[in-house]
Design a protein around this ligand. Structure first.
Ligand SMILES: Nc1ncnc2c1ncn2[C@@H]1O[C@H](COP(=O)(O)OP(=O)(O)OP(=O)(O)O)[C@@H](O)[C@H]1O
Length: 247
């Protein structure tokens, strides 16, 4: 079953053509990694999926919601499609536990004891149960990102979008965050779309790798093909050789 379908999608920022004729299908439960040079449209593409960036033409269906139709209730869609950002976006004046419990309480009306129990389970899952009563400012970047992931998971979404979740982190923090993401990819049925330069993560858990350049999808390959054979386009081969230090 498809979770995400792009049909001939075009996106402009003013006159700038940011997404060009995007056709993409992601099945429920798939883990897909998006790579490509800076400015190629990766963030724009995943931000269209939960309606953060509107599209101008084509058809975009996410979890059976039609994002090409302006009447679609985006807030309902966002209950099922979570997003983890590069800069965490935690509520600074709320404790870690409150950060995780707030949206399920307000949006899902989850009963308080159940909400608390699930939040604590998620804190355990990301290895930060001892930080429940801390404020975000007391955490390292890697810890903040693990809390942001736990907060997204608390909504029990069907799909999670990650926009360069480790790019703002010190190198020694990155693996802790990637381990949490690998665990989700391996042990849940969630659909995951991840913009990242972490090729080790892509090799370990991605079903597919998508390479973008200049607002277009140039490669959409199985992980085995992308890393096993050479990518088929010159642009992707050139990109991979530039980042080979990270492999
Ligand atoms: N709000 C905006 N208004 C105008 N132009 C934008 C806006 N957001 C992005 N762009 C432009 O769209 C292009 C694609 O940006 P996007 O952030 O999607 O690229 P990216 O592949 O995610 O890059 P990076 O890896 O650097 O984050 C860039 O040229 C960028 O300058």
């Amino acid at each position: 079953m498809s979770m995400i379908e792009f049909h001939n999608v075009e996106k402009y920022y003013g006159k700038f053509h940011a997404l060009k004729n995007i056709n993409l299908n992601v099945d429920a439960g798939e883990t897909v990694v998006l790579i490509g040079p800076s400015g190629s449209g990766k963030s724009t593409l995943i931000r269209t999926i939960n309606g953060l960036d509107p599209i101008q033409s084509g058809k975009l269906i996410v979890n059976n919601y039609d994002l090409s139709d302006k009447k679609t209730n985006i807030n309902k869609l966002r209950r099922d499609v979570g997003m983890v950002f590069q800069h965490f976006n935690l509520y600074q004046n709320k404790t870690v536990l409150e950060n995780i419990m707030l949206a399920p309480r307000i949006v899902l009306k989850r009963p308080e004891d159940e909400n608390h129990e699930l939040a604590m389970q998620l804190l355990n899952k990301v290895g930060l149960a001892n930080k429940a009563d801390s404020m975000p400012s007391q955490l390292s970047g890697g810890q903040k990102q693990r809390i942001a992931i736990a907060r997204s998971l608390a909504m029990q979404p069907k799909c999670l979008l990650f926009d360069e979740p480790t790019s703002a982190l010190d190198p020694e923090m990155i693996d802790d965050v990637l381990d949490v993401m690998k665990d989700i990819a391996k042990n849940s049925n969630m659909t995951m779309l991840v913009v990242t330069h972490e090729m080790g993560f892509a090799r370990a858990v991605a079903d597919r790798v998508i390479f973008m350049a200049d607002g277009q999808i140039l490669e959409d390959d199985s992980t085995e093909k992308f890393f096993g054979d050479q990518p088929s386009t010159d642009r992707a081969r050139e990109f991979m050789s530039k980042i080979s230090g990270h492999l």
